[in-house]
Design a protein around this ligand. Structure first.
Ligand code: TNX
Length: 519
């Protein structure tokens, strides 16, 4: 129903009163509390301003982001102005401080009346989330890159919203195949829509080293000169990486860099002979499965000089709190050697001021200060449960639900696009799980958050990334954000269907996956 016109009382100005096109009940992820109000919708008009709390750079950032999002389709100027008023007047306001304590550091309140939209949060993160909510409440054509006609309505009402988990990640593997900065930016743009707040970049693997390290330059120039199947070589300069970090931050997203070891390290071993136990450089690896020769030489001192240099340089490029050290699938390594490696790398990460995240294989060996990332059932369940009992927190990325590189179904062609080792994953498989019951011994108190992982052995281009990630990333995003009590496939599927036209208008190459009545 586009722009239904209702009449208002004789005392009111003789303006049209519009009804909104989008309901407050259509959001992904679904908010904690929604109250719709009867009556006129808010309408964004050409003279509108975005008022932000004065003296709060985070509010200005969120305001600038909102302004940038709304300009192309509306054609409006939407200047961002500082305000000291606690209750500013008409238009859109993004206010920092004084939100309901229940919304915490990442939540927000949204109040929409005929005259104004007010987003209030305690921290900038909450304003960024509120901006995404507001964006989804505007008509679908707000997503167009070219000017569209209004009216730009938002349904009146109140939303109080905050995440179930503080960490809601998206992993992008830029190591198996390298993706240019522009591709990463587009992915950031589109995961941000669903309140993802961490971008985990898998920067190194057997098939490629993708980030410039000044003290070990051949890692990038040689180690980055190939990829799986020999295809899509490349690496980020430090300036490129800083650009990604800044672009993400301007959308409320923190980058988590991953430097893999002790397995998945053949690109480094090929770049420097001295990193190898036998002093001979390995060949570049182009295989699809983990290289059997991709293990660092853990008893050699130079290995830790190398790691100290790399982690120092990566930490200096990373404003966020976390640094991921990999640690998966070093199965052929003796457990003492693996434990030795973890015991050496842990203090390096600490020394450079970062919190360590590692894949679940690490938990038996690390002293408890790190965050584990769960990805596979049946490898070390008991160790994971024991670590959780001692206080280790886990990011949950179960491969059979949250691996975006799995094929949707067997009807999909074998190549390219998608693995099957963890089974096929339709949208309902991506949605029907719970982080606190996925693994015995890992209950709600042990869950730091969730992450959807896009490995790229079979992925060559942005259109592939998008076809795999959308819509399944929305399932992980909703599990990570929305209250457990709201978890309901039918309700999700209905709201998800309404995202289709929005993604299409935004030129996101989503898959019209089965089980959803796509609009
Ligand atoms: C397992 S997840 C891996 C990745 C692969 C992925 C392919 C993890 C910690 N290891 O190296 O890319 O499967 O699905």
């Amino acid at each position: 129903a586009v722009g239904t016109v209702a009449s208002i009382g004789a005392a009111a100005p003789a303006a049209e009163v519009r009804r909104a096109e989008v309901s407050l009940n259509q959001l992904v992820p679904v908010p904690v509390e929604v109250r719709t109000a009867e009556g006129a919708a808010f309408e964004l008009r050409s003279g509108a301003q975005i008022q932000v709390t004065a003296g709060a750079p985070g509010a200005t950032d969120a305001g600038n982001y909102l302004s940038t999002l709304l300009k192309p389709a509306t054609g409006f100027g939407l200047p961002v102005k500082s305000t000291t008023a606690d209750r500013p007047g008409d238009g859109i306001s993004l206010l920092l401080g004084g939100a309901d304590p229940r919304v915490g550091a990442q939540g927000y309140e949204l109040d929409v009346t005929r005259r104004s939209v007010v987003i209030r949060a305690n921290e900038p993160a909450g304003l960024f989330s509120g901006v995404q909510t507001l964006r989804q409440l505007l008509p679908v054509r707000i997503e167009s890159a070219t000017r569209q006609s209004g009216p730009w309505t938002v349904q009146s009402g109140h939303i109080l919203d905050y995440p179930r988990y503080a960490y809601r990640g998206a992993l992008l593997d830029v190591a198996r195949h390298f993706f240019p900065v522009e591709t990463v930016k587009t992915y950031i743009d589109n995961v941000a829509r669903y309140k993802v707040n961490y971008l985990h970049l898998h920067l190194t693997d057997d098939a490629g080293w993708r980030i410039a390290i000044d003290s070990w330059p051949k890692l990038a120039t040689f180690g980055g000169s190939s990829g799986v199947g020999g295809q899509l070589p490349g690496h980020y300069s430090k300036a490129d990486f800083r650009e990604i970090v800044a672009y993400a931050a301007a959308r409320g997203i923190t980058v988590v860099p991953e430097i893999e070891g002790p397995g998945h390290s053949q690109a480094a071993l090929a770049s420097y002979a001295k990193l190898n136990c036998d002093g001979k450089a390995k060949e570049l690896y182009t295989g699809y499965v983990p290289s059997p020769d991709g293990l660092l030489c853990v008893r050699k001192a130079i290995t830790y000089k190398f790691l100290d240099d790399v982690i120092r340089e990566i930490a200096a490029l990373t404003p966020g709190p976390y640094l991921h050290i990999g640690s998966d699938e070093a199965h052929s390594m003796a457990p003492e050697d693996f434990a030795y490696y973890i015991s050496k790398v842990t203090p390096i990460v600490r020394k450079y001021g970062k919190k360590l995240i590692g894949w679940q294989e690490m938990v038996s060996a690390q002293p408890g200060e790190a965050i584990g990332q769960y990805w596979i059932n049946g490898v070390n369940n008991d160790e994971v449960a024991a670590a959780a009992a001692k206080g280790t927190k886990f990011i949950m990325t179960p491969a059979d639900h949250a691996y975006l590189d799995m094929k949707y179904n067997d009807a999909q062609p074998a190549y390219p696009l998608g693995n099957v080792w963890a089974g096929t994953t339709e949208v309902d498989d991506a949605y029907n799980w719970q982080p606190d019951t996925e693994l015995p011994g890992v209950d709600e108190s042990a869950v730091a958050g969730v992450e959807a992982a896009l490995w790229t052995e079979t992925v060559f281009a942005l259109e592939h990334i998008e076809a795999l990630a959308f819509p399944r990333l929305l399932a992980t995003a909703e599990i990570g954000w929305s209250p457990k009590s709201s978890h309901n496939w039918d309700a999700f599927a209905e709201r998800l269907a309404a995202q289709g036209p929005r993604l299409r208008t935004a030129r996101v190459n989503y898959t019209r996956a089965g089980g959803v009545s796509w609009a």
